[in-house]
Write a protein that binds this ligand. Structure first.
Ligand SMILES: Nc1nc2c(ncn2[C@@H]2O[C@H](COP(=O)(O)OP(=O)(O)OP(=O)(O)O)[C@@H](O)[C@H]2O)c(=O)[nH]1
Ligand SMILES: [Mg+2]
Length: 371
């Protein structure tokens, strides 16, 4: 169900991106404003808010993995997308990179949101290793373009999202569940908080001024649950990013009514100690007595750039010119310094289809070289 009053909208793109957005909507319950967008007419269930991308171009049959086609389809459908954006002040986009629509349409939608002056945070997964080099190259070839268009972007390698999972089917399912639970928590921190809430305008400013992002969720129960959660988060591969310090930290605590004040303090202290005391730190709590009695779940979002601790965040909103500033595209999978010597921090060459031409041709075309 859509809540016209909400200024945050969730946009699920492509088959798997739409499944993740639907998962968030189900977990949140009524009131979450969302829309699904796909080139495949079968994605939208009856009664669901759904935009069919590229109706004339693709006739609802999906893009069949064609990234440039999916991107054109999304551009064709800008008016239909616009109809869903009325009054939106922050867009959360979720997509799974690798196929045609989740990859190509996501870039087009992120660009469209930027042109409309709506800050966006894109959650995008990178295919599993077992999906093969082609799909992974589709994803890695477009990441820096998406990072440039979106206000902030969080790229989640599926392998890291479910590290340690061996069974393929449960890994697939758990990956989407983890992604959906992180976004659900984000939503609840803003729109259905417990004792401490995040101000939606402040979140909007953080996202609008951020660059790279990371997120992870950890859950524990028992007397030491706060310390265990902090320990798990500080070791999470999803939050590790070489030497890139976090500039903004959003921390959400989900618990039942047994949440103790000392636990809130311990989590806040532990997260600050793990991810940087000089970063801007925002905390929210979310109550969930029905499912969370005894359990404590903490989500941490790290943004590599954002409003500084001493910035004035009291008034105003992110302005469109700021959204249009040039960003330095980055390789979100990189764990350390990017590039060396004269290639350090060099802008990649991206063609009109979003393909990174600095990637060697043999890699882009999936040619195997003899050793
Ligand atoms: N975890 C998980 N990931 C999935 C699942 N299905 C697809 N994916 C991931 O999502 C990526 C994109 O697949 P789809 O969403 O099917 O593709 P699409 O965006 O609809 O693109 P086209 O159908 O080619 O237009 C895949 O490469 C996988 O990494 C799933 O059931 N679970
Ligand atoms: Mg599809």
């Amino acid at each position: 169900m859509n809540d016209a009053k909400s200024s945050m909208i969730l946009i699920g793109i492509g088959g798997a991106g739409s499944a993740a957005a639907r998962g968030v909507s189900r977990a949140f319950g009524p009131g979450l404003r969302y829309v699904l967008a796909d080139t495949d007419a079968a994605t939208g269930a009856e009664g669901e808010p759904f935009v069919l991308l590229g109706g004339d171009r693709l006739a609802g049959r999906g893009s069949g993995g064609d990234i440039p086609m999916a991107r054109l389809a999304a551009e064709d459908s800008r008016d239909a997308i616009d109809e869903t954006l009325d009054g939106a002040r922050l867009a959360v986009v979720v997509a799974c990179l690798g196929g045609g629509t989740g990859t190509g349409a996501t870039l087009a939608v992120a660009r469209h949101l930027r042109e409309r002056g709506i800050p966006s945070i894109v959650f995008a997964t990178i295919p599993f290793e077992f999906e093969g080099a082609g799909r992974r190259q589709n994803a890695t070839g477009i990441m820096s373009s998406i990072a440039t268009e979106a206000s902030s972007s969080i790229f989640l390698p599926l392998d890291r999202l479910v590290a340690g999972e061996d069974n393929m089917e449960s890994a697939m399912k758990r990956a989407v569940d983890t992604l959906a639970s992180g976004i659900t928590l984000f939503w609840r921190m803003v729109e259905r908080p417990g004792y401490i809430r995040l101000d939606p305008e402040r979140v909007r400013r953080i996202v609008a001024n951020a660059e790279g992002g990371r997120f992870a969720v950890a859950t524990a129960q028992g007397p030491d649950r706060a310390a265990e959660v902090v320990d798990a988060l500080s070791r999470s591969p999803l939050l590790a990013a070489g030497n890139t310090p976090a500039r903004s930290i959003l921390c959400g605590i989900l618990a039942g009514e047994d949440l103790r004040l000392s636990e809130v303090g311990r989590v806040a202290e532990g997260v600050k100690a793990a991810f940087g005391r000089s970063a801007n730190f925002d905390l929210a709590t979310v109550n969930d007595e029905a499912t969370f009695s005894g359990r404590l779940s903490v989500v941490v979002f790290l943004f590599e750039s954002g409003i500084r601790k001493d910035d004035d965040v009291s008034g105003g909103s992110a302005d469109a010119p700021r959204l249009r500033r040039q960003r330095r595209p980055r390789n979100p999978l990189a764990q350390g310094p990017q590039g060396r010597g004269r290639f350090n921090n060099v802008e990649p060459t991206i063609n009109d289809s979003g393909v990174d031409l600095d990637t060697p041709t043999y890699l882009r075309q999936g040619v195997t070289l003899d050793a």
